[in-house]
Design a protein around this ligand. Sequence first.
Ligand code: ADE
Length: 233
Amino acid sequence: MKVGIIGAMNEEIAFFKKAMADLEVVQKGLLTFYSGTSYGHDVVITKSGVGKVNGAIAAQMLIDLFDIEALIFTGVAGGVKEELDVEDIVISTSCQQHDIDASPLGFERGTIPMFEGTSDFPADEHLVNIAYQAAIHTMNKESKVLKGKIISGDQFIADKNVVKELGDTFGGICVEMEGAAVAQVAHFNAIPYVIIRSISDKANGEAPVSFETFVERAAQTSSKIVERLLNEL
Ligand code: ADE
């Protein structure tokens, strides 16, 4: 299977890139794609940059230029669900934008206006199950691995009241800045996707410091899960 992998930051792709064989570098526009093999699969990985637009561009380019058949996003997130601690794992069951808001026009927050179908894009069940098993086998017993909805927006959340309100409104268990855009592109193109996120912070007042402290280790953990997923795919 030909698999596209996206991480938003260097930390999120560096570890996986090192483990790829037959590495070739392809530059397209402002993005650099690393194509190669991993556990018997053809793989193309790229760093999208932070935010929904960057995530969407990278996803569509992987589909159009490399004919990928599955899309995996690997990286870090802020925990929304109370029980999630730093370095716990979330596997997406679906993904929705929390910052799209046309409520003055009568659309519910998080709903894409004049858009047919759901704005909460379901992840591929098969990929979710393999990713979940891969995470369980990668993590030690103390770590939590949860499946659930991920919410995305062009905001780094660092306020306990804001994160609680987002959790109450959308039911997401972690928050990040690209997943829902990648999920939307995957949905448009009928490409299966899954998002794997390791918790770097709890999206509260301590989030900026926690993020800086844990981003590299959490990103590496997420990458290890992607490797295991490919091995089992
Ligand atoms: N990615 C990691 N932590 C985050 C946070 N607190 N808000 C948004 N994206 C994040």
